[in-house]
Design a protein around this ligand. Structure first.
Ligand code: GLN
Length: 289
């Protein structure tokens, strides 16, 4: 415990939380400390500056102490806070679900573009929806599309249900495309997926919070990391409408292998795209018209 006495100012609390998190091995201790303080004080991002000299209200101090101990104990920051930002959305997360990453917004955005460009009433499916982040994003971005999402993992499914709430998305339990209704054969305009793509041998090298807390089923993509991706590619042609798109997140060294798999399966207009840091993050391909 950092023992925040009554009267501790926001600025002092920020310093002490930063020091505690840094000592526990957090790489971005100050940024995380800011986020925790903003959360307990219910401030918007960047809202701390104006409050630096104010004393921390006791309930906020108590909540902060508890959150800092959880984070210092190795839980992902977003589990501790209870949500992760995804585009303009707050996606609720906790034990049992993969935390949506900012780089995946790019994948969701790309899928939304293709969906908007599709002729007539369009249909998209988010395979391996996890927290439901991509499906929620698409729901906001393309209000008139039909949306479905699948998830094999029961714990993740419960989070997806929570995040989708009363949004109009058909959430189906099952592995990849297995739970999709047959009437959708040849009719899906956009298939989007953030499949597990970390090579099994690299799982032990992931940061502690990811490795210990986030579900391995959302990360482990087999020997080369492409086992699940390859299954998606192999099945996608059955579901996609002529001219429909497959958009998938991939690892930064998987561009060539992913391109080769799409090419072999008959996709056209194949492209790999970098994320905002310039690393390969996404592959897409179009089913022939
Ligand atoms: N980007 C994730 C990570 O490296 C991996 C995501 C995934 O396998 N889909 O932690």
């Amino acid at each position: 415990m950092i023992g925040l006495e009554p009267g501790t100012t926001v600025a002092d609390a920020l310093r002490r939380v930063t020091a505690r998190l840094a000592a526990a091995g957090c790489v971005s201790a100050e940024a995380e400390a800011r986020w925790l303080l903003e959360e307990v004080l219910e401030l918007p991002a960047g809202g701390l500056a104006a409050r630096r000299g104010e004393p921390l209200p006791p309930p906020a101090a108590g909540a902060l102490e508890a959150m800092v101990e959880r984070r210092a104990g190795g839980e992902p920051l977003q589990y501790v806070i209870g949500w992760a930002p995804f585009g303009s959305l707050r996606i609720e997360v906790g034990e049992g679900v993969f935390v949506p990453r900012p780089e995946t917004e790019l994948v969701a955005d790309r899928a939304a573009r293709h969906l908007r460009a599709a002729a007539g009433p369009a249909t998209a499916v988010d395979l391996c929806t996890g927290s439901g982040a991509i499906a929620c994003f698409l729901r906001e971005a393309v209000p008139d599309a039909r949306l479905l999402a699948t998830e094999v993992d029961r714990a993740a499914l419960a989070w997806a249900r929570r995040n989708l709430g009363d949004r109009d998305v058909e959430l189906l339990e099952g592995d990849l495309d297995e739970p999709l209704p047959e009437e959708l054969h040849g009719r899906i305009d956009v298939l989007v997926a953030n499949v597990p793509y970390v090579p099994s041998g690299q799982i032990p090298l992931l940061p502690h919070d990811v490795r210990v807390h986030e579900p391995p089923v959302a990360l482990d993509g087999g020997a080369e990391g492409l086992d699940v991706f390859a299954r998606v590619v192999e099945r996608a042609g059955r579901w996609l409408a002529p001219g429909g798109w497959l958009v998938c997140e991939i690892g930064d060294d998987q561009g060539d292998a992913a391109t080769a798999l799409l090419d072999k399966a008959g996709f056209e207009e194949i492209a790999v795209m970098p994320d905002l840091t310039g690393r390969i993050r996404m592959v897409e391909g179009r089913w022939p018209r």
